[in-house]
Design a protein around this ligand. Structure first.
Ligand SMILES: NC(=O)C1=CN([C@@H]2O[C@H](COP(=O)(O)OP(=O)(O)OC[C@H]3O[C@@H](n4cnc5c(N)ncnc54)[C@H](OP(=O)(O)O)[C@@H]3O)[C@@H](O)[C@H]2O)C=CC1
Ligand SMILES: C[C@H]1O[C@H](OP(=O)(O)OP(=O)(O)OC[C@H]2O[C@@H](n3cnc4c(=O)[nH]c(N)nc43)[C@H](O)[C@@H]2O)[C@@H](O)[C@@H](O)C1=O
Length: 321
């Protein structure tokens, strides 16, 4: 099917859409976005209601509910420390979830599925900005290679089902995300929520300094999760193709610049202390987002505005103060 075949791609607003992982950062934003776009028949299951690593439970769910569309935002996710510390969990849980959901979605008549990967699928030293064609052209960053291998398997599984069964499975590769409902765990979270919490707690306790990991020199591209969710719905409605599609902001900052920004937004006035014993990870990870731009989508939320909004959300909704 051509990406421009608008009639074939049309998604009925009353179509039954299963958003897997709806309590997480991405899933919750996708549900907000679908609702505001007028979708009325969204089905949701929490982890405790449906463990997606259990094949029989997933099969039963799909056989009874028969959703027409699936957005797969359930996964084992974490920052550099979590990825490096729990490699068995990251490879096994992700392979289980995605294999169960993709296979059952196909077998029980889902019309279209969107799989979410991550920019860490690309080689550590990929040419920047990283185009979709860089996949499998070089060695991965070691701190997250197990997670990346699982995500690469997910992309390949979608492609294999497309080729063999002519089934509409597509994949989006988001860059580093942040926003409401993020994971603010001190060690296992990604850098932006981890620093937001650390600066906030230091401001509240009157601490003089805050420790930040690594050298501060790695470059990262950050995208607000509401922009990502908008792109997910856009791709659901406008794209059907074999290739995975990068989703980023196109703007990169160093971890040092990010730390300074979050510090300023939170209002912490003490010093930053860099812990060089912690890993830097990939030196640079800016994606080439021209495939999505050519389809007609672009991000709207600046990093500063996004950080301000996320901090307002953090102060209002979290109890770690
Ligand atoms: N956050 C980021 O920076 C990025 C995320 N992505 C991708 O986006 C997707 C979503 O990530 P994100 O929203 O950040 O992750 P979160 O950890 O915020 O959310 C993941 C969700 O999946 C659920 N889940 C985990 N395991 C299971 C399970 N066995 N059965 C059912 N549900 C389960 C979680 O429920 P519970 O919490 O109850 O376990 C949670 O609701 C992932 O595929 C990730 O790779 C891609 C690039 C960057
Ligand atoms: C989305 C992406 O997320 C992960 O890759 P990552 O981009 O390296 O993610 P990160 O957010 O954890 O770190 C970014 C940088 O920031 C530095 N850093 C400073 N201080 C803290 C800190 O306090 N916490 C964390 N986590 N990092 C910190 C840290 O040392 C590193 O240099 C992968 O899991 C990968 O699988 C993936 O997909």
């Amino acid at each position: 099917m051509a990406a421009t075949d608008a009639a074939a791609l049309k998604v009925d607003k009353s179509a039954k859409i299963f958003v897997a992982g709806h309590r997480g950062l991405v899933g919750s934003a996708v549900v907000r976005c679908l609702r505001s776009a007028g979708y009325t028949n969204i089905i949701l299951r929490s982890h405790s209601e449906l463990d997606l690593t259990i094949q029989s439970a997933v099969k039963t769910f799909f056989s009874i509910e028969k959703p027409q569309y699936v957005i797969l935002a359930a996964a084992k996710v974490g920052g550099i420390h979590a990825n490096a510390t729990y490699p068995a969990d990251f490879i096994t849980i992700n392979l289980q979830i995605q294999t169960n959901v993709i296979d059952s979605a196909y077998r029980y008549g889902v019309k279209k599925l969107m799989f979410l990967g991550s920019s860490c699928i690309y080689p550590k030293n990929a040419l920047q900005p990283i185009s979709e064609s860089a996949l499998l052209t070089g060695p991965l960053e070691h701190t997250n290679e197990w997670y990346a291998i699982a995500k690469i398997a997910g992309i390949k599984m979608c492609q294999a089902y497309r080729i063999q069964y002519k089934w509409d499975a597509i994949s989006a590769m988001p860059t580093n995300l942040y926003g409401p409902n993020d994971n603010f765990h001190p060690e296992n979270a990604h850098v932006l929520p981890a620093l937001m919490r650390r600066f906030h707690e230091a401001k509240v306790s009157g601490a003089k300094e805050v420790v930040v990991w690594g050298s501060g020199s790695p470059l990262r591209e950050f995208l607000h999760v509401d922009d990502l969710a908008d792109a997910v719905v856009f791709l659901l409605e406008n794209y059907s193709g074999l290739g995975h599609v990068n989703v980023g902001s196109g703007k990169e900052v160093s971890i040092k610049e990010l730390a300074e920004l979050v510090k300023e937004v939170v209002g912490f006035e003490g010093a930053l202390v860099w812990d060089g014993s912690k890993p830097d990870g990939t030196p640079r990870k800016l994606m080439d987002n021209s495939t999505l731009a050519k389809l007609g989508w672009e991000p709207k939320i600046s990093l500063r505005d996004g950080v301000v909004g996320t901090y307002e959300w953090y102060v209002k909704y979290t109890k770690q103060q």
